[in-house]
Design a protein around this ligand. Structure first.
Ligand code: NA7
Length: 545
C-alpha cells in the first residue's frame, strides 16, 4: 500500500472503524453511496481494538451495547452481562462481516489531514502513508476517547523496565508473574485492570491522585433463558433505551429524594441499586441524584460506607474514599473486586495527591517523599477526550481555516454533528453530542445523517453546514444544561467531560447532558423542520427525481 499519485474518489470518507464508523459504512451502503473508511488500526473495533488491557470490559449491559439490526440481534449471543474487550471486538467484526463492509475499510491508514476545496466542493484526505482520498462527505467517527494522554513524567525514557499503556496494550500476552508492578491512574481503566494485575503480579503499587466512586458491576454470565427473553422483544429494549436519560434500557426510578422520608427506606433503595450493579445504582435509586445536592450526598455517603465496610485497613479505606466532589461529576467506574483488591497482601495504595510523582527513574519512580522500584509501570492516565482526535488531524475548512484554531477556545458545533465553515464535515458523535450509552446515540445520529443525505439528494443540494447562530446557540445550551446539574461543582472534579483532565486545554462542556431522549428530540426538531440550523448550498446543482 504505497503512495498513489491519483487520489481514490468516493462519495464519502469515514474516519474510524469502531462502532460509529462501521455503523455509518452500513448506512452509506444502504443509501447506495460509495465510501471508504480509513482506520489507523489493523482491524475493526476502535476503542475495543486498542484497549486490550487485562480486565477491559463494557460498563453498559451487552444487550444494549450493540446495534438494533434485527438479524444480528437474533444471531448474536452475548456471553456476559458486561462483555470483555475480546467479545466486543468480535461483535463489531461480526457486524462488519455480516454487512460486508470490511472490503471498504483501509486498515493501517492513519489520517493526517483533511482539506476542503470550495470550487470543487470536495474534501481531500491524506494519510500517514501518503495516500489521498477525495470525497464530498467527510465523516469523522473518531470516538470520544481515542487519543491517549500521557503525563510528561520526567525521566520516562530512562526506565529500564517495561511501560505499558492501558489504551495501547500489546496484542501479545504480557506476563506479570513475579513482577513488581505500578499502576498510575484510578479512572475506569485503572479500576478495571487493578484487580487483574494484582492477581498476576508479585506486588502491585497503585498510584492514586483522586479517589473515585466505584460501583460494583455485579457482572455475571447470561443464560439462554435470559437471552431468549431479550430476543423475543428486542424492540422493547430499544424503546426503553431511546427514552432513557443515559440510553440504557432502564425505567426511571420514579421517585425523588424527598419522596422518601424514612432513612431505612432510603438505605434499602441504595442497597438495591448497589446489588443491581453498575449504572443501576445511578439510575434506579433517585431521579434527582445529579440534580439535588442532598440526594447526591446521600448516594455518596452510601458508597463511602461501603468502602469502609469492604476495605479492612481503615487508613487505606480512608485514602480510597472520595470527598469534596459530587458523585457522577467524574464518570463513575464500575468495578469487579476493586475495593476488595486493597485487602490483598501484595497490593499497596499510594496517595499522589499529597506526594506527587516527581520522576520516572531507571528502576522505578520517585514521589516527593520516596523512591519505588518496579519492573513494570502501567499508565492508565486517560485521554485527550472528545476533541483530541479531531484536533490532531490538520482539518481545513472554507478559506483554509484550521479546525483546531477555530476551536481554540473549545469546540463549537450544532448537535455535535456539524461545525460552521466546514461544509459536509459531518461527525458521527462529535463534541457536544449526547453523553450516553454510545451505540444508542450513534444510531440516532446515523439515522439523522441518512435523512440529511437523502434531503440533499431530493432537493439537489450538494453542501450543508450549520449556521454560526445555530452552533453558538447549541454551545450555550450545552453549557446551560450542564450547569443545571451538580456536575460542575467540586474542585477536584477535573473531569474529561470538560477537557479539564488535559493540561492547557480550554475548559468547555464537551457533551450534551440533556439525556438521550432530549438529544433525540433536538435532532428531530432540526430534521423534522427541513434540517433547521443547517444551511444548504443555495443553488441546486442537480435536480433529482
Ligand atoms: P480517566 O477516567 O481520565 O482516568 C485517568 C486517571 O489517571 C485518573 O485517575 C487521573 O487522576 C489519573 N492521572 C491523570 N494524569 C495523571 C498524572 N499526571 N499523575 C497521576 N495521575 C494522573 O481515564 P480512563 O482511561 O480510566 O477512563 C476513561 C473512560 O473510559 C471512562 O470514563 C469510561 O468512559 C471509559 P485524576 O482523577 O485526574 O486526579
Amino acid at each position: 500500500q504505497g503512495s498513489t499519485a491519483t487520489p481514490v474518489h468516493t462519495d464519502a470518507v469515514v474516519i474510524g472503524a469502531g462502532f460509529g464508523g462501521i455503523r455509518m459504512l452500513i448506512e452509506l451502503q444502504k443509501l447506495g453511496l460509495s465510501a471508504v473508511a480509513l482506520e489507523a488500526g489493523t482491524d475493526v473495533g476502535g476503542t475495543w481494538y486498542w484497549n486490550r488491557y487485562p480486565g477491559a470490559r463494557t460498563d453498559s449491559e451487552s444487550w444494549s451495547y450493540c446495534f438494533p439490526f434485527p438479524e444480528i440481534e437474533q444471531e448474536w449471543n452475548w456471553s456476559e452481562r458486561y462483555p470483555g474487550q475480546v467479545e466486543v471486538q468480535k461483535y463489531i467484526a461480526f457486524v462488519a462481516d455480516r454487512f460486508d463492509v470490511r472490503r471498504n475499510i483501509r486498515f493501517s491508514h492513519r489520517v493526517l489531514a483533511a482539506t476542503y476545496d470550495k470550487p470543487s466542493n470536495l474534501w481531500t484526505i491524506t494519510t500517514e502513508n501518503g495516500q489521498q482520498f477525495t470525497c464530498t462527505y467527510f465523516l469523522p467517527a473518531l470516538g470520544h476517547l481515542s487519543v491517549p494522554q500521557e503525563p510528561q513524567f520526567e525521566g520516562i525514557n530512562s526506565f529500564t523496565g517495561n511501560i505499558y499503556r492501558t489504551s495501547q496494550w500489546p496484542k501479545e500476552h504480557v506476563d506479570l508473574t513475579g513482577k513488581r508492578v505500578a499502576v498510575i491512574g484510578t479512572g475506569a481503566s485503572g479500576i478495571q485492570t487493578i484487580p487483574h494485575v494484582a492477581e498476576a503480579a508479585e506486588h502491585l503499587t497503585v498510584f492514586q491522585r483522586t479517589p473515585n466512586y466505584v460501583m460494583p458491576a455485579q457482572n455475571h454470565d447470561l443464560d439462554d433463558e435470559f437471552r431468549q427473553k431479550i430476543k423475543a422483544d428486542y424492540a422493547a429494549v430499544w424503546d426503553k433505551a431511546r427514552g432513557h436519560v443515559f440510553g440504557f434500557p432502564m425505567d426511571p426510578a420514579g421517585r425523588m429524594y424527598d419522596d422518601v422520608v424514612v432513612e431505612a427506606e432510603r438505605e434499602r433503595i441504595f442497597e438495591e441499586g448497589w446489588q443491581n450493579g453498575g449504572f443501576h445504582f445511578v439510575f434506579e435509586t433517585f431521579d434527582d441524584l445529579i440534580l439535588d445536592q442532598r440526594s447526591n450526598d446521600a448516594a455518596a455517603d452510601f458508597i463511602r460506607k461501603k468502602i469502609a465496610e469492604t476495605v479492612k485497613d481503615p487508613a487505606v479505606a480512608e485514602l480510597l474514599t472520595p470527598r469534596g466532589y459530587p458523585y457522577v461529576s467524574k464518570r463513575p467506574p464500575s468495578g469487579t473486586n476493586y475495593y476488595e483488591t486493597f485487602n490483598r497482601d501484595n497490593v499497596t495504595l499510594v496517595d499522589i495527591q499529597s506526594n506527587p510523582i516527581e520522576a520516572i527513574t531507571a528502576n522505578g519512580l520517585r514521589t516527593s517523599d520516596r523512591d519505588y522500584k518496579f519492573d513494570v509501570i502501567i499508565l492508565a492516565t486517560g485521554f485527550d477526550a472528545v476533541t483530541g482526535a479531531l484536533n490532531n488531524i490538520d482539518i481545513r475548512g472554507e478559506d483554509r481555516v484550521k479546525l483546531s484554531q477555530y476551536w481554540a477556545g473549545g469546540p463549537e458545533t450544532f448537535l455535535g454533528i456539524g461545525t460552521p465553515g466546514f461544509p459536509n464535515m459531518l461527525m458521527i458523535c462529535g463534541p457536544q453530542s449526547a453523553y450516553a450509552n454510545i451505540p444508542v446515540i450513534i444510531e440516532g445520529v446515523v439515522n439523522w445523517l441518512s435523512r440529511a443525505l437523502n434531503f440533499m439528494k431530493d432537493n439537489g443540494y450538494d453542501r450543508m453546514q450549520p449556521t454560526e447562530e445555530a452552533a453558538e446557540q447549541w454551545t450555550a445550551h450545552v453549557s446551560d444544561v450542564f450547569n443545571m446539574t451538580l456536575l460542575p461543582s467540586g474542585e477536584s472534579a477535573n473531569s474529561w467531560y470538560l477537557g479539564a483532565n488535559t493540561p492547557g486545554k480550554p475548559r468547555r462542556v464537551l457533551f450534551y447532558f440533556g439525556g438521550a431522549a432530549g438529544y433525540f428530540q433536538e435532532l428531530e426538531k432540526s430534521a423534522g423542520n427541513d434540517f433547521a440550523g443547517f444551511e444548504f448550498s443555495n443553488v441546486p446543482v442537480k435536480a433529482h427525481n
